[in-house]
Every structure is written in C-alpha cells, then in structure tokens.
Design a protein. Structure first.
Length: 152
C-alpha cells in the first residue's frame, strides 16, 4: 500500500429516523432497493455474498463482513467502474477490494450515520484516482437517496 495515496473516503449524515429504521434500510434487501441497487439476490447476513443489481451497469457480488444490529454494517466490494457494465460475479475476497463500513449512533433528533470506504490505496494504481473521485461523488449521491427514502 502506498502511504502517500488517500486510502479512504469518509462521509457523515444525520438522518431524522431511529437507528433501527436506518439499519433496516442498509441491511434489508426490500428496503435496500428503494435507495441503492435496483435488485438484490441473497441476504445481508455476515459471511454471505449477495449480488447487487445496478441495471445497465451490471450485477456485483459483495462479501458481508459484519451485520451487527443496529450499530454496524460492513461489506467488501470490488471497484465497480473496472467491471462495468459487465458486472462482477467472482470471489470478492480474491480480487483487489475495498471495505465499506456504516456505523450508526443515536443522536438528538435521529441517527448519525458514518460511512467509511477504505482500502483504496491497495487497488491497482491505474484505478485509484478514478475510484476516489467516482466513489466520493457516488456516496454523496447514494446518501442523498438514503436521506430522501428515510425522511420522506
């Protein structure tokens, strides 16, 4: 890993909803499709490898690292931009991947959601800059959709 390269993206939002509701939106396929992917095949249990369908951008397997209700959810994924639009159906753990972590904390008026995607510096050097820019913008967009889903 190159220590001069930014290794992670971090975002934080406050959602006007209880932790249980936010956690369910992150970990229940029926709710996940309302703000993130268009379809989910599988479950978000620890150790599972569900497939997320992003329509024209392809289907991507993830590996669920942890699902600790209602505080923490984490998964590993491959860089979608490298495999789009064909998707990725292989073993996430056998490929260069990143760790996406959602930490939920109850605050006055709702839930603080802290997102961290790390491991970017360990990706192939030719995709790091593109991944940093694309994922940072992508997370802003997706967290906005999550807010819209939970607060409307």
């Amino acid at each position: 890993m190159n220590s001069t390269i930014q290794d992670c993206i971090e975002k934080e939002i406050v959602v006007r909803a209880p932790k249980e509701r936010v956690y369910a939106a992150l970990t229940t396929p029926e709710q996940f499709v309302k703000w993130f992917a268009t379809a989910v095949e599988g479950t978000f249990e620890t150790g599972e490898r569900p497939s997320l369908d992003f329509g024209e951008y392809g289907k991507f397997k993830i590996y669920v690292v942890a699902a600790n209700p209602h505080d923490y959810f984490a998964y590993r994924c491959v860089d979608c931009s490298v495999h789009s639009p064909h998707g990725f159906d292989g073993d996430v753990l056998a490929e260069p991947n990143t760790l996406v972590e959602f930490t939920l904390v109850e605050v006055e008026g709702g839930t603080k959601l802290h997102l961290k995607e790390s491991g970017i510096a360990s990706l192939p050097s030719e995709v790091i800059e593109h991944t940093l820019a694309g994922q940072s913008e992508g997370w802003d967009f997706m967290l906005g959709r999550l807010l819209g889903y939970l607060e409307n």
